[in-house]
Design a protein around this ligand. Structure first.
Ligand SMILES: [Zn+2]
Length: 256
């Protein structure tokens, strides 16, 4: 359960800062990034340090705003990100109960450097948290703290044919340090997912073509196997009838 007034990062000189960057107590000189009221830096033990509101007892959006804004600041500062592996897959069962699968690798997990980062910029009617640009291309980045990107926004991004990644930070607590958050945001892979791919239609077409080739080949192979079985059935491949075996046994000299 996240406390509604305990937060990991405070606002100072229009930047988000962690506890290790400021003095203890009210002397930290930080404001809440949500309500802009004064904060107190509580430098307790490693797992309990946090900022809390000096006077306010309720500020429901402070935790989310604090983490969300720091994540964006980190990406804008670092200008690179580990992006997750992406593979398109198609699977179908044929009439003989055999599965046919084709995969198309779009990208391995890798470091992607950016030349420019834009925050909260509206792009064709959609406002992602960040737009990370590189070589005349862009990846939209969404930070998930309490609200996942919904289906409506996902559909809009896909219609616009933009590549987009969501970074899941829903597990972080009010005592997370800036270094720990940086690790999750920049280097984390399991907490990232592709929600849209710019070249999806073209790559999907490519996958479908490859799949069809494999499917037809599989079908031809299955037919050949069946034909082979049919011809085998006409040949005497069964064991000799029981009467023949019995006859042979009867010929065996007694005493054996
Ligand atoms: Zn507040």
């Amino acid at each position: 359960m996240v406390s509604i007034t305990k937060i990991p990062f405070g606002l100072k000189d229009n930047r988000l800062v962690g506890l290790d960057e400021v003095e203890s107590g009210l002397a930290c000189g930080c404001l809440c990034p949500a309500c802009e009221s004064p904060l107190v830096a509580r430098k307790g033990s490693r797992n309990t340090h946090h900022f809390s509101h000096y006077q306010r007892t309720s500020c429901p959006s402070s935790f989310e705003t604090s983490v969300h804004r720091m994540a964006k600041q980190i990406i804008a500062e670092e200008k690179y990100l580990w992006i997750p592996r992406l593979e398109l897959k198609k699977f179908k069962m044929d009439q003989y109960g055999q599965g046919v699968e084709e995969r198309l690798l779009i990208t391995e997990a890798k470091i992607q450097k950016f030349s420019n980062i834009q925050l909260e910029k509206v792009l064709d009617g959609v406002r992602p948290d960040l737009i990370a640009e590189f070589r005349n291309r862009a990846i939209l980045i969404e930070i998930f703290v309490t609200n996942r990107v919904d289906q409506k926004k996902t559909n809009l991004i896909r219609r616009l044919r933009k590549s987009a990644i969501e970074i899941d930070l829903s597990d972080v607590s009010y005592s997370v340090s800036k270094d720990e958050l940086r690790d999750l945001v920049i280097h984390g892979l399991r907490n990232k997912r592709w929600i849209s791919l710019e070249s999806y239609r073209a790559r999907k077409k490519e996958l479908n073509l490859n799949f069809k080739r494999k499917w037809d080949l599989n079908l031809r192979r299955q037919e050949l196997v069946r034909q082979h079985r049919n011809t085998q059935i006409e040949e005497p491949i069964y064991p000799p009838a029981r009467s023949l075996i019995r006859k042979k046994l009867e010929n065996v000299p007694k005493g054996f």
